[in-house]
Design a protein around this ligand. Sequence first.
Ligand code: 5GP
Length: 189
Amino acid sequence: MAKGALIVVSAPSGSGKSTILHRLLEQRENLRFSISATTRAPREGEQHGVDYYFVTQDRFLEMIEEDAFLEHAEFVGNHYGTPRAEVEQRLEDGYDVYLDIDVQGALQVREKRPETLLIFILPPSMEELEHRLISRGKDDMETIRRRLAEAERECSVKDRFDYVVVNDEVDRAAAEISGIIDGYKQRMK
Ligand code: 5GP
């Protein structure tokens, strides 16, 4: 069986990327989400082994030592990393693997695997992003402020991605990303 495609999607938090991901997972049978490890506390409704592997700081550092990560980064005071073995196994099994990671992580993956497809999702505007972060009510104001500052920084490197998709409307943006993945897979053959 042919190996799957590695797809990295980065976007400022609040850009609606998790809704897009769910749409893509429904529509693309061959797509698998890579579950990251993080030292961040679970938000309400988040499950260990589904949304993230929630680990202690000590365990995370141990995993770095074990070279267990394809990439890892610190984001707004917490560590996040992509477990390498899982990703590689899925690709071997022929699945396309979707990494939802920050821009630092995306650029590390590009270094290690230059053939990776890198997609950046842009919110329609910074005002809309602020509105979404406040209305989802999951973070306090200080965290929202830090996430907005981070979003500005993240958007400034979007030109290093292969594609930039504006999330003006979820179905449209998901369809655009699906088309990009199809084109990429055609070229991979
Ligand atoms: P959140 O705390 O909102 O779930 O995620 C914060 C940021 O960390 C998001 O930009 C998300 O894409 C990123 N992130 C999640 N998992 C990983 C990972 O494994 N590696 C890196 N570098 N970033 C990640």
